[in-house]
Ligand binder design. Sequence first.
Ligand code: NAP
Length: 247
Amino acid sequence: MAELAGAVIVVTGAGRGIGRAIVEELGAGGAHLVVNYAKSAELAEDAAKRLREAGGRAVAVRADVSDPNQASALIDATLAEFGKIDVLVNNAGVTVDRALKNLTIADWNAVIQTNLNGYFYTLKAALPHFIQQKSGKIIQVSSFVGKMGNFGQANYAAAKAGIIGLTKTAAIELARYNVTVNAVCPGFTETDMYTQVPEHVKEQILKRIPLGRVGTSQEVARAVRYLIVDGDYITGSALDINGGIYM
Ligand code: NAP
């Protein structure tokens, strides 16, 4: 069982959506948070301010994690602020949805660069600190789409499947340093990303979810908290939080 109070946790893409819910959930447990953002400065600063007003420690840090130098600077900024890093939550993600026949090379690269390469860049930058500390947890937000595929999301599905492969390999390699690495695989979750889905598609989606509704960001955040607090003997897993859309 790990202590959340005082743990230093970096969450990428945390100004809004699932990342925002994760920092709120972990902040409520007393964690010290780095609220990363790329574009949503106001939202990220607001999240950090609210966490501080509630008695916690939190800073918003701008870094486009699809750029390896900025991803590395994010970890450096965390160490400068808090002196250590206990948990890395890779969450930042984008979509560029098109059927394969219309998908351009630029569409492919944009999604792979942020959603897969970006996860590697932050993980790689944090790695020496976890190894030296001989403890740490890495949580990677993947998606059910990485397990089952989805029409119009070849780039996104490839990135999300890649995250699962990265997670399992890192789990094998880092276990000797007492570092666990797990993925969470949300199903459709009520955020800006889901809002972009056309209404007629949403109607079809709901019919495919056995529990009959989309998930909330808070439900994903609580799973992340579980892995951090109670997940000492869990590594290399890809935990489904998806209402049963994929089993
Ligand atoms: P969202 O509401 O669209 O938010 C995306 C987040 O990613 C924003 O905070 C954004 O920050 C950040 N981001 C994007 N590119 C970035 C970059 N290059 N560097 C740093 N941050 C970047 O999406 P969400 O639904 O919360 O998604 C969060 C994660 O959950 C993603 O990995 C997504 O694939 C995954 N997921 C979502 C669903 C769903 O149905 N919503 C389902 C399964 C998995 P800025 O605004 O600052 O750019």
